[in-house]
Design a protein around this ligand. Structure first.
Ligand SMILES: C[S@@+](CC[C@H](N)C(=O)[O-])C[C@H]1O[C@@H](n2cnc3c(N)ncnc32)[C@H](O)[C@@H]1O
Length: 318
């Protein structure tokens, strides 16, 4: 991710049928190098992931937990600590569509990882089509092999900044803890808006460093294709989940130590798995950052730490 931003101040671009956002990163490593490294890392993580694994830090909120349990009793009693599902439920529950009103609707998740989040989503809402897209071929292959259900739930490999879908295909686009990896956040938001139907919703939930927060703030001020409805700081709720996951003897730690990881992977991730992306939220360095910097793919950031985790809801303008 680039560390600095500027207004590209170009003319409004109507080439794909709607006004594009102009805010762009102005420097940083070549985007293709970042994407190559990110997909290699997640292909590697997919090879040692086990069934039921999510790739996010989760969220802890008593009200969210109560709501999920009322829909799926005992959902967190078997093979999960439930925090990642709570993060997905937060992403869904704030969209101004009642959970019972998804019949006939199409939902896309960009950056779906192993597809566990979308699998959970497809149990909560009765959408007619649910599609997950991810840069990692290994992740989407695995998601298709384990979770796909024909048209109702399927996964495709692709790039968030160049979505392989037609204009106006989706009612809802979800983006969960993924966009901090994209070299061009504005490019992704243009694409999300393009594939949404007019009046469709984007639910975006992610970690921010100062620079990425400034960039999004600037994008939100532009007269772009999205109307920004909600910006909720969920930092403390995410920190609560991370702390519980990093606590000695937690479900997360027990699962991580049970995995058969190579020595290299263990060193990269930190012995207990506490150095995964976002761990610096509670005082640990981020492994993905360290790898990108050690391999000189990304320059060292002036301000390293993620400081907030925010949830945004936007609507595609008519
Ligand atoms: C932290 S994981 C989150 C995965 C999933 N949303 C979850 O919560 O379990 C970030 C995901 O974003 C994906 N990703 C990163 N850059 C991407 C891009 N340019 N296009 C699509 N997916 C991307 C990664 O491959 C990875 O699966």
């Amino acid at each position: 991710m680039s560390t600095s931003t500027q207004d590209s101040a170009t003319a409004e671009d109507f080439s794909s049928g709607f006004r594009k956002l102009n805010a762009k990163h102005d420097s940083g490593p070549p985007p293709e190098r970042v994407k190559g490294a990110v997909s290699e890392i997640y292909n590697g993580v997919a090879s040692w992931s086990t069934q039921g694994d999510f790739w996010n830090w989760g969220l802890h909120d008593d009200e969210v937990l109560r709501e999920i349990r009322s829909l799926i009793p005992g959902f967190d009693d078997h093979g999960t600590d439930g925090f990642s599902e709570q993060l997905y439920f937060q992403a869904l529950r704030r969209i101004p569509i009642p959970l019972s009103d998804y019949a006939g609707k199409k939902v896309l998740e960009v950056g779906c990882g192993l597809g566990e989040g979308l699998n959970f989503v497809s149990r909560v809402v009765d959408a007619s089509q649910v599609v997950g897209l991810d840069l990692s071929q290994a992740a989407t292959d695995r998601a298709n092999a384990r979770l796909s259900r024909g048209e109702r739930l399927r996964f495709v490999q692709g790039d968030a900044e160049d979505l392989p879908f037609a204009d106006g295909e989706f009612d809802v686009v979800l983006n969960v803890e993924s966009s901090h990896n994209y070299p061009d956040l504005g490019g992704f938001l243009n694409e999300a808006a393009r594939v949404l139907k007019p009046g469709g919703y984007l639910s975006h939930i992610d970690l921010f460093i100062d620079q990425s927060h400034e960039l999004l703030t600037r994008i939100k001020r532009e007269d772009g294709p999205l109307e920004w409805l909600e910006d909720v700081d969920v930092t403390e709720r995410v920190r609560a989940a991370i702390r519980k996951r990093l606590a000695p003897g937690s479900f997360y730690r027990r699962n991580f130590s049970a995995k058969k990881l190579s020595v290299k992977t263990r060193i990269m991730m930190g012995r207990g798995g506490s150095h995964l992306a976002g761990a610096d939220f509670v005082g640990h360095r981020d492994a993905l950052d360290r790898v990108l910097e050690a391999t000189r793919i990304r320059p060292r950031r002036a301000q390293q730490s993620y400081h907030s985790y925010r949830h945004h809801i936007a609507r595609k303008k008519p």
